[in-house]
Design a protein around this ligand. Sequence first.
Ligand code: ZN
Length: 400
Amino acid sequence: MRKNTLAAIAVHLLACGAFAANDALPPWTEGTLDIHQISTGRGNAAFLMLPDGTTLLVDAGAAGDGTAIPDTEPRPNASRTAGGWIVRYIERAMGGQPRLDYAVLTHFHGDHMGQVTASSPASDNGADKLTGITEVGDRIPIATLIDRGDDFLPPPADDKTVANYRAFAAGLHRETIRAGSAAQIVLRHAASRFPTFEVRNVAANGDVWTGEGDRVRHIFPPLESLAKADQPSENMCSIGLRIRYGRFDYFTGGDMPGVPDAGAPAWQSVESAVAKAIGPTDVHVVNHHGSIDPESAEFLATLRSPVMILPAWSPTHPSQDALKRMLATRLYPGPHDVFVTTLREPTKASIGSRVSQLKADHGHIVIRVAPGGGTYTVYVLDDLGEDAKVLSVHGPYTSK
Ligand SMILES: [Zn+2]
């Protein structure tokens, strides 16, 4: 059989979703949007190849880097730090000389930015310790670093990790997120060829996009009017981004909550305002790892996402209640396909039979959006082996 016939069969099999396991993911090509939720077992990290080759990293978590606390299960294994594995992953996905046009930290927690511990090595210039985002940035150049800034409810002054991050960021081009804007994260190389592509800053620091123009509404009451127990948490300040490509919509929002604690005020559901702004969505990253307080029924019923990516690392991810809501077919019709990066054994035991409804219980989760955004396919890659072979293929799904 001629080689191009084989290639044609391979393309056909891919289009049908009948992709052979144990193959490598075919490389990114121009016009395609690739979203990789990387499984490190120690926090969130998503690497995106945008249609013109612009690259974006959302978070680089390394909870308790190099220590046994908190309880984690490093993937593929403990031979490298989480940051080291993220670097390896990006090198494999990009080939050649990796670079990051943008890196965004959704908020200042260790499972999203890294964590300075006694074992964190120093960078070559000695300015900072290497963990999570600072380790990635030490190995891969970052053109623009975006976070929620130092002004609104900054972390405690004695937070070693944040102080270390600021020392690292002092040598980079750092910007504070501009909530509501679609002009801060843009295609860097050939934007005019992909006019339907957009990254919208939906939320940060309680400023939530209204869905009209670049306008935002501040959903937190004046801080001075709030009791100490009711102050917005770090999670509530999370950055949320919507990525749109033609008909395709994706949302990622760090650890923003949606179900306030019993007796807590309703404004603490950041998800509620976000859902009103973004509406129906194709793929969303499950907020706060699917713990007890995200993925409200209102949020789920408004987004109606057929595909949900659940970045889990702790045995509390996801909670039984949140997963039950995500899978609730009464909230909206069609698929409720949930893909989990690192589902721990104790979690499986507590979730019980609902585990069988998951589309994946471990792996790097890759969303490959076809040129123009009309369809997308989900690839689950092996996170236990170093070469990330394809474990399963799902779709193609048609964008809403
Ligand atoms: Zn988190």
